[in-house]
Structures are given as structure tokens and as C-alpha cells.
Design a binder for this molecule. Sequence first.
Ligand code: ZN
Length: 242
Amino acid sequence: MRVLIISDIHANISALNAVLEEAKDIDAAWCLGDLVGYGPDPNECIQSIQALPNLTCIIGNHDLAVLDQLDVDAFNPEARVSIRWTQRAVTPFSIEFLLQLPKTAQIDRVTLAHGSPRHPVWEYILDAATASMNFEFFKTPLCLIGHSHLPVVFTLLKNNKTVEQSVPTPNTEFIIPNRSILNPGSVGQPRDRDPRASYAIYDDAQNTWDYRRVNYDIQSVQDRMIEAGLPERHIQRLTAGW
Ligand code: ZN
């Protein structure tokens, strides 16, 4: 089964369309949260994601904030502006869809969590030390996360203590080591200084992770963000991939 892995789409339909066009033949799609927030296309992204085959989707902190289920004051002022804008823009259909998303999911050998298995909504796994504390919080061989917008693989070595951190090379495929926590990067707002949309294809039979980056029309998203009056910093950062 070829599974499309997407995370942190952040209401960027241009990036999501580029990913879906390139990924083509997929049997299932797993989405790791933050479908909305920052970008200008929340409803278009939700429409597109809910129509993906065999979808499993979990909720992210921005999705919860849009639903008023998280304190908006916990976000920085510019993120707050974008959350308020999104709250006005979302349709009842979009709200319905977000409302039924769970915080974590487990499918066969894989656990899904937006931030981390220990604290699914808020924790960032940015280093091996934080990753090592998280391995006891999921039982499956693999855990997929998003939230940091940074593509990375954390692997627990055979001694069950040391965690190795590696950043995969774009557009390469590798066999996933047991046990690992993997982040596919962000579709709609990459933060690793590579502005291309980031995603992965997981093949459960081969146990492979095909980590991919794809160009999309950044200018068109920025034009829609200007039109919507969304914060300047969020518009600019798409160009830099930060
Ligand atoms: Zn995010």
C-alpha cells in the first residue's frame, strides 16, 4: 500500500495541489494536522483532503484554535490574526470536518500524532533528546509527526537508549529503521529554508519512506494572502521557506 503522508498544509491549496499531482497513485492518505491557519485557502484544502482515498487525519494546534478549543492567546500576535481570519472564513462543512478529527491515530505498525506522541498538540520534537523521551509513549514500531515543519528522522538504536537524528535528502527513498519517529515536513509552510512543498510516500509492504519536495506557484498564494489581508511576515516567509 502506497500511503501519502502530508502535514501542516496550512490552507495553502497551491502547494497541496502540486503534491497531489505529483504523488498520483496512492492507496491511502494520512494527514498529520494543521490543515488550516496562516494560508488563504482553508475550505479548498479541507475539501481536497476529505476526498483523498482511505483518509486518516488527525488534528493540529491551529485546527483546534480555529475551533476555539485552544486558547488563542497561546499563539503569537500574527498567528492570532490568521486564526481569527480563518474563523471568519471557514464554512460549516469545514468546521464539521475539523470537529471530528482525533488527536492521535494508530494504523497497523504506525502511530500518528501532530506534535509528539507524549503531547500530541503542543510538543515540538526538534532534537534527539526530546525524541528519546517520546519513544516510550507509543507502542508501534513507527510514529509519524508534524508540527515543526522540518523533515527529519529520529531512530532509536538497538541499545534502546541512543537516538540518532538525520535529515533525509530530498527526493530519495530509504528503508525505515525500527524504531523511528518521522516527520515529512510541511506542505504549505516549509521552515527548513527550502520553499518547496514537502511530503512523503510511505510503502508499508516495502517499509520505505520516499521523501519528496515539489515546486509550486508561491506567488499565487501570496497574492491571495495580500488580498485577504493576512500578516506580511507569513506572506514573506513562503518565499524563503522559513
Ligand atoms: Zn503547523
